[in-house]
Design a protein around this ligand. Structure first.
Ligand code: ADP
Length: 266
């Protein structure tokens, strides 16, 4: 199936109007698309990324399109930096209504060849980064009487693939930390849900593609693992993140939402 060049979206109706949103990993791929989608629907978006330049680029794109956004650097593996990111959003806009924990790394390899620093980095960014993010926004959401946290895991939080033991371990943890937060704060109006994207066309997959025989080979054979027969586009994940962030998803918490072209239906 041909990859669509545009992703259908309903005309903007202010689905997150005036909500203060923080998006990590907003400088690229899925995070950038989520930042755009939230801004298109009226959110004020703090775009944060390890790369300050790409975070500011995303914010500049949003501002140029008439939205409200700021960019800043964050290393989500540092709890102090995550706290400072959340405090910056509160200082600028008074509260945080939506957190999207999207920043992530995928450093593939066979487990017996993976050194300590790669295991540490994967868990520090993908697991601790999401825990730090949730921990930093929860007090503000409790004060405000609620909020929505959207964690970005992966299909590899549900099923593994060759070379992805460490990544899969981290993404499985993302699914479970989501359920933990959902349960502990459900009575206080904080919803926490997790998206498990399939193979999406972003740089995070490039190292994995290399081990599988190259990106071209992966895309030629994508039917064998992603039944829809094409890679997903970042905006196709962002549409779901927007929905979960919005009040339209008011009955959803602790939900694990696969957005994967049928991959986990096999
Ligand atoms: P995907 O969009 O599929 O998640 P990308 O590689 O395009 O994959 O995007 C991941 C984003 O996460 C990048 O912009 C990257 O800079 C960011 N990122 C990676 N590590 C960190 C980190 N420690 N702190 C903040 N952002 C990070």
């Amino acid at each position: 199936m041909a990859t669509p060049t545009t992703t259908p979206s309903a005309p903007p109706t202010g689905r997150v109007a005036d909500k203060v949103c923080v998006v990590t990993g907003a400088g690229s791929g899925i995070g950038r698309a989520i930042a755009h989608r939230l801004a298109e629907e009226g959110g004020k978006v703090l775009c944060a990324d390890l790369s300050e330049n790409t975070a500011r680029e995303t914010a500049a794109e949003i501002t140029a399109a008439g939205g409200v956004a700021e960019g800043r650097a964050v290393d989500v593996s540092s709890s102090a930096e995550v706290d400072a990111m959340v405090e910056a959003a509160v200082a600028r806009w008074g509260r945080v209504d939506v957190l999207v924990n999207n920043a992530g790394v995928n450093l593939p390899g066979l487990l017996h060849e993976v050194p300590d620093d790669i295991i540490d980095k994967t868990l520090d960014v993908n697991v601790k980064g999401q825990l730090y993010g949730c921990r930093a926004v929860i007090p503000h959401m409790l004060t405000a009487g609620g909020g929505s946290i959207v964690n970005i895991s992966s299909v590899n939080g549900l099923v593994s693939e060759p070379f992805l033991t460490v990544y899969s371990a981290s993404k499985g943890a993302s699914v479970m930390l989501t359920k933990g937060v959902a349960l502990d704060y459900v009575k206080q109006g904080i919803r926490c849900n997790v998206i498990c994207p399939g193979w999406v066309d972003t740089p995070i997959n490039h190292a994995h593609a290399k081990l599988l025989g190259g990106l071209e080979h992966v895309y030629d054979t994508i039917d064998s693992f992603q039944p829809i027969g094409r890679p997903g586009q970042p905006r196709e994940i962002a549409n779901v993140a927007l929905f979960l962030a919005s009040d339209e998803a008011s009955f959803m918490t602790g939900s694990v939402v696969a957005v994967d072209g049928g991959m986990t239906s096999q």
